[in-house]
Design a protein around this ligand. Structure first.
Ligand SMILES: *Cc1c(COP(=O)(O)O)cnc(C)c1O
Length: 359
């Protein structure tokens, strides 16, 4: 089998065990004579899968009773619009913290629909960084505060979250289930699945139930959190196969020991890679140290020509997907939950060798 080390930022590497199970069951799901993709989303088989996916996420996040998990489509990008529609309320302002390209897109959508106050902005800072939590000044009476917990492009990650009076809303697309969080601190968490949860096509929304009730009545049913909460994400046909994969991937994580177990693995992987960068003098981390992401490790080489050569040669050694986002350049190694430790070791060995030949 010719699996590579896939450093892609998303869609990203999936647990091999989950892929193999899906392969085994692809054309004949557990003796049913059909694929899970060919079944009614209201039938028994699919219902079991759907509910397992919800339960696995509840367990992994240690969700309190007053929170619910819903599955939606449209990616994190659809949430950029749905959040202000559902949660801001008529004439009210929402606080946003702009820490990069993704937050900036969320802000753009929210501005189309109403009032936004950008209370901190580090989008353009180089090296990339996050604002000082203690210095944040929230707008009195704001409907909510929106942050991006991990900036996938910049390679920055909030290490501690602000305590807010208004509900805190986090785009956790690229670090959900990668480390322990206290869910009670958040009103809503959302994540497109294709980075750290499963394949593209499903978006996970974890919402405090009272906030879902608040949902803007003037918007169509399909756009309200309340609808999806009340109908267990079966208001319309859900992305069944993506949710099935999500069930397999979250089961894999539970079997591994859950979020606590993966946190240690993630921290070790990232620490090793950053240590290799810092020890070299040839590679330079793109983010300020205290804000470095454990998921997306961004760094630079002495020139763009060398970066191009690095990506090309790494690719020839089965280390793929290392090119930084087109908007910022450089190198980005995305090392999500499913990314194996051996792949990080292989990258470090390649980096040492590349430096020796080009440093
Ligand atoms: C990838 C990403 C998005 C966009 O997700 P889509 O599912 O493509 O809409 C949004 N926010 C963050 C932090 C991301 O990493």
């Amino acid at each position: 089998m010719a699996r590579i080390y896939n450093f892609s930022a998303g869609p990203a590497v999936l647990p091999l065990a989950a892929l193999e199970e899906a392969q085994r069951d692809l054309v004949d799901y557990k003796g049913s004579g059909m694929s899970i993709m060919e079944m009614s989303h209201r039938g028994k088989e699919y219902e079991t899968v759907h509910n397992e996916a919800v339960e696995n996420i509840r367990k992994l996040l240690k969700l309190p009773e007053n929170y619910t998990v819903i599955f939606m489509t449209g990616g994190a990008t659809a949430q950029f619009a749905l959040i202000p529609m559902n949660l801001r309320g008529e004439g009210r302002v929402a606080d946003y913290i702009n820490t990069g390209a993704w937050a900036s897109k969320a802000i753009k959508e929210a501005k189309l629909l109403g009032k936004v106050n950008v209370i901190a902005d580090t989008e353009k800072d180089i090296p990339t960084r996050l604002p000082d939590v203690a210095a944040l000044r929230f707008t009195p009476g704001a409907a909510y505060v929106h942050i991006t917990s991990n900036e996938t492009i910049a390679g920055t990650q909030w290490k501690a979250f602000p305590q807010t009076e208004a509900p805190l809303i986090a785009d956790m697309s690229s670090d959900i289930l990668s480390r322990p969080i206290d869910v009670n601190q958040f009103g809503l968490i959302y994540a497109g699945a294709q980075k750290n949860l499963g394949p593209a096509g499903v978006t996970v929304v974890v919402i405090r139930k009272d906030l879902a009730e608040r949902a803007g009545g003037k918007y169509p049913m399909i756009l309200r959190y309340k609808t999806h909460l009340e109908e267990n994400s079966l208001h319309n046909t859900p992305p069944c196969f993506a949710i099935y994969m999500l069930a397999l991937c979250t089961r894999w994580l539970l079997n591994l020991g859950g979020v606590d177990a993966i946190t240690n693995i993630n921290r070790d992987k990232a620490a090793k890679l950053y240590a290799a960068i810092d020890a070299s003098g040839f590679y330079k981390g793109a983010a300020v140290k205290e804000f470095r992401s454990d998921m997306n490790v961004t760094f630079r080489l002495p020139s763009e020509a060398l970066e191009e050569q690095f990506v090309k040669e790494a690719g020839a050694q089965k280390l793929k997907g290392l090119k930084g986002h087109r908007s910022v350049g450089g190198i980005r190694a995305s090392i999500y939950n499913a990314f194996p430790v051996a792949g990080v070791d292989a990258l470090i060995a390649f980096m040492k060798d590349f430096e020796k030949r080009n440093g």
